[in-house]
Design a protein around this ligand. Structure first.
Ligand code: MN3
Length: 222
């Protein structure tokens, strides 16, 4: 089956004012769509690969024929990374979000309370490993800002433990046997329209839209 662009689980303006609607729309309908299209175009040369889960191809790209291997790494990785990225964000718990019935209406299920801090077992492991959530946040932020060129910062699980790591381009961390639970897109298209060169503002703002409930559920389902 051909890959298709997954719909965003919230409207384009839902992450305002931290990530603007125009950036979200272009990022989703142009950038992500292009990864989907180019992944499909590559796999059409070896259609039997449509039957395999994308995770499997990304975990072990050696099984992908050489003529499309790099295209699958780039565009399959791009599709996988962005699909995760949309899910681990959500409307901030303070800000302009309103429920479907207006300011006094209920928030949409599963869409509230982004930002803040994780809870439960994930919070415990973060505190154990980094000392506090603030220290974790600082290290993740520094790691993201130190990426040279385009790439991603990740909170992942490797050999049963939480780690912070980065990948270049659209490389998937599945290739390194790591499981991503939180990812931050550090390609310029993620912030340039709103913030130009001020990528530190983008990272600071992004923490307000992290959907920790989703990250926690990925942490539990390892
Ligand atoms: Mn992107």
């Amino acid at each position: 089956m051909k890959y298709t662009l997954p719909p965003l689980p919230y409207p384009y303006d839902a992450l305002e004012p931290y990530i603007d609607a125009r950036t979200m729309e272009i990022h989703h309908t142009k950038h992500h769509q292009t990864y989907v299209d180019k992944l499909n175009a590559a796999l059409e040369k070896h259609p039997e690969l449509f039957e395999k889960p994308l995770e499997e191809l990304l975990r072990d790209p050696a099984q992908v024929p050489e003529d499309i291997r790099q295209a699958v790494i780039n565009h399959g990785g791009g599709h996988y990374n962005h699909s995760l990225f949309w899910m681990i964000m959500g409307p901030p718990s303070t800000g302009s979000l309103q429920g479907p019935e207006g300011p006094s209406g209920p928030r949409m299920a599963g869409q509230a309370n982004a930002g803040g801090e994780p809870s439960g077992a994930l919070a415990q492991e973060i505190n154990q490993k980094w000392g506090s959530f603030e220290k974790f946040k600082e290290q993740f932020t520094n790691t993201a800002l130190n990426i040279f060129g385009s790439g991603w910062a990740w909170l992942d699980i490797y050999q049963g433990k939480l780690k912070i790591c980065t990948t270049a381009n659209q490389n998937s961390i599945l290739m390194e046997n790591k499981k991503p639970i939180l990812g931050l897109d550090m390609w310029e298209h993620s912030w340039y329209l709103l913030r130009q060169n001020r990528k530190n503002e983008y990272v600071d703002a992004w923490w307000n839209v992290v959907n920790w409930k989703e990250v926690e559920s990925r942490y539990k389902n390892v």
